[in-house]
Every structure is written in structure tokens, then in C-alpha cells.
Design a protein around this ligand. Structure first.
Ligand SMILES: O=C(O)c1ccccc1N[C@@H]1O[C@H](COP(=O)(O)O)[C@@H](O)[C@H]1O
Length: 203
């Protein structure tokens, strides 16, 4: 069974619904330019699901302060944070997911550079946006990843992808990350689609 991360949450009732649907990790976007930006603590925060904060080139102090305010267990770094920066965050006790962009070819050298500095990778589609593009990359490229760091697959995953996702095999694939393709409006997820997606993938 793979874990499901639902990202880009903001609304209290919606967060509760996503958690009840069985999301393992729930993500909050702390990038001010995003339409999913979270500027204040929602009235409900996940109690069972692990809380993940998404940042793009934010200063270390801001990440640490936000992690403490929101009770984040993990941070997902989506900018050009260096391996050293990832290590420094990790040394504070916060888990680190480093997002790596996948374009026409798999970024093998970059994965090697970061391999000992983060807990997980998140492979997302290369785009001018830092994330949340709703676009998928060629998943065949995953076969070029031979590293040891476990990863989540991300980028434009949609409700109808359950069939293909079930057939996707990689020894280091531990989770699926969903976001904009499940939205009613930015930061508000369609709970029916989420429930169906999670139930199908976990069955
Ligand atoms: O969703 C955003 O607005 C966002 C902004 C800045 C960095 C990351 C962001 N989202 C992350 O992007 C991936 C893929 O999302 P999508 O499925 O393509 O919409 C996901 O991990 C989000 O956490």
C-alpha cells in the first residue's frame, strides 16, 4: 500500500474531510505567490495525518517558525534550496522532502547531489511555476532513478489515474501526491473525488 498525500489545503472542514477520506499526509502551501497560500492557521489541523509544509526558497528561520506554529512534521522544499540548506533544516528535527523537477530526462545528477540530505524526494513536473502546475511528466523516466532515497510521485495526478498508478512499479516509490486536479476552487478539494481515489488506490 502506498501513502497518499493531499496537498494545497486551507479550509478547516475540507481538511477534516480529506483526513477522514484516508489521506496519510496533508500539505499546506506557504509560498505567497500560490493561489493555495495559507496565511493563517485553519480552525482545524490534521490530527492523524502527518502535516507537511510546502516552501519555495523561504529563509530557514521562517520555515522553522512556521513548522512550530502549524506543528509540521515535514517540509517540502520546492525552490533552489541547496543540499546544505536541506541538511540544516533536517538537523533541527524537521523531516525534509526535496522536490526535484523532471523535464525531458530524469535529473539523476541532482538526485545524487541531494541523496544524503533529505528524507524523501518528490518528483514533480518541470514548469515555470514552482509547483501546482497540474501537468504530468513522462512516468517512464522513473525507471532511470536508481537511488536509495524513497520518493513520492507528483505533478498533475488526476482522479482518473488510479488504473495506471496501480500498475506503476518502482522499489523506491512510497507515495502519491495529489493537488490541483482534485480542486473545486484553489485550495478546496472535491471530497467525492478524493474519497474515490484513495479508496481505489488502497484497495
Ligand atoms: O500548489 C501550488 O500552488 C504550489 C506552489 C508552489 C510550490 C508547490 C506547489 N504545489 C505542489 O506541486 C505539486 C504538484 O501539484 P499538481 O498536482 O501539479 O497541482 C504538489 O506536490 C504540490 O504540493
Amino acid at each position: 500500500m502506498r501513502l497518499i498525500k493531499v496537498c494545497g489545503m486551507r479550509d478547516a472542514a475540507n481538511i477534516q474531510g480529506v483526513e477522514r477520506a484516508g489521506a496519510d499526509w496533508i500539505g499546506f502551501i506557504f509560498h505567497p505567490a500560490s493561489p493555495r497560500y495559507v496565511s493563517e492557521i485553519p480552525a482545524y489541523l490534521p490530527q492523524q495525518a502527518r502535516r507537511v509544509g510546502v516552501f519555495v526558497d523561504a529563509p530557514k528561520e521562517r520555515i522553522i517558525e512556521t513548522a512550530s506554529l502549524f506543528g509540521l512534521e515535514l517540509v517540502q522544499l520546492h525552490g533552489s534550496e541547496s543540499p546544505r540548506f536541506c541538511e540544516e533544516i533536517r538537523q533541527t528535527g524537521i523531516g525534509v522532502i526535496k522536490s526535484l523537477s523532471v523535464g525531458d530526462r530524469f535529473p539523476d545528477e541532482t538526485a545524487t547531489e541531494y541523496r544524503d540530505t533529505c528524507d524523501y524526494f518528490l518528483f514533480d513536473t518541470q514548469t515555470k511555476l514552482h509547483g501546482g502546475s497540474g501537468r504530468r511528466f513522462d512516468w517512464n523516466l522513473l525507471s532511470d532513478y536508481s537511488g536509495d532515497t524513497p520518493f513520492l510521485l507528483s505533478g498533475g495526478i488526476a482522479p482518473h489515474d488510479t488504473g495506471i498508478l496501480k500498475t506503476l512499479l518502482h522499489p523506491k516509490l512510497i507515495g502519491i501526491d495529489i493537488n490541483s486536479r482534485f480542486e473545486i476552487t484553489p485550495a478546496k478539494k472535491d471530497l467525492q473525488k478524493i474519497r474515490h481515489f484513495i479508496a481505489t488506490l488502497k484497495s
